[in-house]
Design a binder for this molecule. Structure first.
Ligand SMILES: *[C@@H]1O[C@H](CO)[C@@H](O)[C@H](O)[C@H]1NC(C)=O
Ligand SMILES: *[C@@H]1O[C@H](CO)[C@@H](O)[C@H](O)[C@H]1NC(C)=O
Ligand SMILES: *[C@@H]1O[C@H](CO)[C@@H](O)[C@H](O)[C@H]1NC(C)=O
Ligand SMILES: *[C@@H]1O[C@H](CO)[C@@H](O)[C@H](O)[C@H]1NC(C)=O
Length: 202
């Protein structure tokens, strides 16, 4: 048994409803406009990831005592490349950490610098371990690798950076760069060194 309802009358919607609809349309238009603007800016700037690599590395003055104290100096050539045509980069703080087997064996900093567009800058990093105490297991691993002539190290950077496009400067971003694994030879720099590209996370 169909219970036919009386046909709804086609009366004009109340003014309140009209206002809500208007606001919704204006909001939607604004969102689309802002989205389009961002898209156009993005396409004009075409931001590209910063590119990092380690081009050379070696270990010098290595001395690991029987009580697992490590002295050594490390030499790395870090290449920082900004491939962007319209974006330059301020590096306000750069921390370097050198790890072996997840153990920090050395730390350092790179002085603040400004990197222009399409610029590659090489940093010669001289770092060292001064009487660093290693856990037994890690010291043992290091001795084994030492006798093989090269050790596998990790270099990490933590930086606070800002981008500059034209006159506009962005807020600060944290950047993490991980270069691993770096096969580092004792003493001989460059000898068959395999360039490592790093992971960049902003
Ligand atoms: C390592 O250091 C110890 C103690 O400082 C020293 O006696 C030893 O000669 C050093 N070895 C090398 C190869 O430099
Ligand atoms: C490391 O160097 C310090 C002095 O800089 C020295 O006292 C210590 O014995 C050295 N340790 C090793 C293992 O060579
Ligand atoms: C990269 O920028 C640095 C610092 O401004 C400058 O000294 C260097 O010459 C530039 N390198 C290239 C390849 O443009
Ligand atoms: C850095 O280390 C390299 C290789 O050991 C050396 O030739 C250079 O003189 C060092 N530079 C500084 C500033 O200590």
């Amino acid at each position: 048994m169909a219970n036919a309802k009386p046909p709804t009358q086609n009366q004009p919607p109340p003014p309140r409803y009209n206002l809500v609809r208007l606001i919704a349309i204006v909001l939607l238009a604004l969102i689309v406009l802002v989205g389009l603007t961002i898209l156009i800016i993005w396409l004009t700037i075409k931001p590209k990831k910063l590119v990092y690599s380690i081009e050379d590395g070696s270990v010098h003055n290595y001395n690991l005592s029987n009580s697992n104290h490590l002295n050594a100096t490390y030499y790395f050539v870090l290449r920082a490349y900004n491939p962007n045509k319209k974006v330059s980069v301020y590096y306000d703080k750069v921390h370097i950490v050198v790890l072996y087997d997840d153990q920090t064996i050395s730390t350092g900093i790179i002085d603040p610098f400004y990197q222009p567009k399409r610029n590659a800058t090489r940093f010669k990093l001289n770092l060292s371990s001064h009487d660093v105490t290693l856990p037994q297991q890690i010291a043992r691993d290091l001795k084994v690798e030492r006798s093989s002539g090269q050790i596998e190290m990790i270099v990490k950077l933590k930086a606070r950076i800002r981008f500059k496009v034209g006159m506009w400067k962005s807020r600060h971003y944290r950047m993490k760069v991980t270069c691993a694994p770096i096969l580092v030879h004792y003493y001989s720099s460059s000898k068959g060194f395999q360039t490592i590209s790093c992971d960049v996370d902003i």
